[in-house]
Design a protein around this ligand. Structure first.
Ligand code: SAM
Length: 212
């Protein structure tokens, strides 16, 4: 794993396109392999941090084939998906009946103050560090005041290619630095899977709030 990469704009684009082609080419296998994954701990963590008395506007950022859109909708909320894989966008629309935006993280265009919560489950780690501040700023601006961004990502140090997917792996201190620089307050974090020793918990979940 290379630790500090300086990528040209062509390499940044390539990181995005190659990663998305990987998901496009394995979309059905991904759906079959992950549709039963239990991420209720993550869904509950986001919902518990937000108002309890109304339906919430939620962006599922990197929604994949739509498993969590289905869940948010069944709980009475108003989720919208977003993914850079056109195959996943079509699957997510079909599977959930929700609106799904076909956008990439490096070219996000989100309306200001439109979401109570953003759920980024296993997705934002595909953003290279160089462009992560811009992506987080866009998420920050898209949240309503008091809104919360949830992220769950594989832990580690450094960034680089893992097969055909580009990944940026961060521990809590580095995550905090990026979120706080974007204006967020980090309000909670935990490691997954639940109930294992920390060295057997490869996932780090972080919740951060927009306070202005
Ligand atoms: C590991 S999958 C997680 C999918 C889903 N959130 C889940 O928990 O099953 C990563 C997702 O991020 C999307 N993704 C990766 N890079 C992206 C990019 N640059 N722009 C938009 N979506 C991207 C992929 O298409 C895929 O749906």
């Amino acid at each position: 794993m290379i630790k500090k990469l300086v990528l040209s704009s062509a390499e940044l684009k390539q990181a995005e396109l190659t990663t998305l082609s990987h998901y496009d080419s394995r979309a059905l296998q991904f759906w079959e392999g992950t549709r039963e994954h239990d991420v209720s701990q993550n869904i509950c963590a986001l919902l518990e941090s937000l108002p309890q008395n109304r339906a919430l506007d939620i962006l599922d950022l990197g929604c994949g084939p739509g498993r969590d859109l289905i869940r948010f909708k069944a709980l009475g909320h108003t989720p919208i998906g977003l993914d850079g894989s056109h195959v996943f966008c079509e699957m997510a629309k079909r599977n959930s009946g929700c609106e799904v935006l076909h956008q990439t993280f490096q070219t996000l265009e989100l309306a200001a103050q439109s979401f109570d919560g953003i759920f980024a489950n296993a997705s934002l780690f595909h953003v290279p560090r160089q462009v992560l501040p811009g992506v987080l700023k866009c998420c920050y601006d898209a949240l309503k005041p008091g809104g919360v961004l949830f992220c769950s990502n594989p832990r580690g140090e450094g960034e680089g290619w893992n097969g055909n997917r580009f990944g940026n792996y961060m521990e809590l201190d580095v995550c905090k630095m990026f979120f706080e620089e974007a204006g967020f307050d980090v309000i909670d974090h935990y490691y997954r899977p639940e109930g294992l020793p920390n060295n057997q918990q490869p996932w780090l979940a972080v919740l951060c709030r927009k306070n202005r």
